[in-house]
Design a protein around this ligand. Structure first.
Ligand code: HEC
Length: 126
């Protein structure tokens, strides 16, 4: 058992490495990894499954702050916008710029446009 665990861990890291760096890997898989790294602490993409943040199932095309069973900040409820790719890109780069006073915190922002695009592709597929 003790001897097997490092091997399992190694296999896991190799798998993550292959998924992360294999250029042939499908963009949505890359996006899932990026989503898991940056968003999953607070969000799922499962309908009805709200955590600290609202679920992001079919978020593209959703009016901001509109899920009936999630307690949004007043700022998000009053944000008069619909999540499309461009708005999401700006929001996950710097939430405060798009919806001042929102409560998506603590969240540092995703600086890499490439990472943001992967996350948005993943959200579009879910
Ligand atoms: C620290 C927890 C946390 C992290 C990390 C986080 N969020 Fe959020 N998110 C929230 C909270 C809380 C809200 C609700 C904000 C409000 O009501 O002002 C929210 C709201 C949102 C909304 C608005 C949803 C709606 O129904 O209008 C989107 C879109 C969103 N987050 C996307 C993301 C994405 C994509 C990531 C990763 C890149 C991410 N969030 C990372 C906590 C988080």
């Amino acid at each position: 058992m003790i001897l097997r665990q490092p091997a399992a861990l190694l296999a896991l890291f190799v798998a993550i490495g292959v998924a992360g760096f294999n250029k042939k890997a499908c963009a949505v898989e890359d996006g899932q990894l990026a989503f898991n790294n940056v968003c999953r602490t607070c969000h799922t993409v499962t309908d009805g499954d709200n955590r600290l943040g609202p679920n992001l199932h079919h978020v593209i095309g959703r009016k901001a702050g509109s899920l009936p069973d999630y307690a949004y900040s007043q700022a998000m409820k009053d944000a008069d916008l619909v999540w499309d790719k461009a708005t999401l890109d700006r929001y996950i780069s710097d939430p405060e710029q798009v919806v001042p006073g929102n409560k998506m915190k603590p969240y540092g922002g995703v600086g890499s446009a490439d990472e943001r695009a992967k996350i948005i592709d993943y959200l579009q597929a879910n």
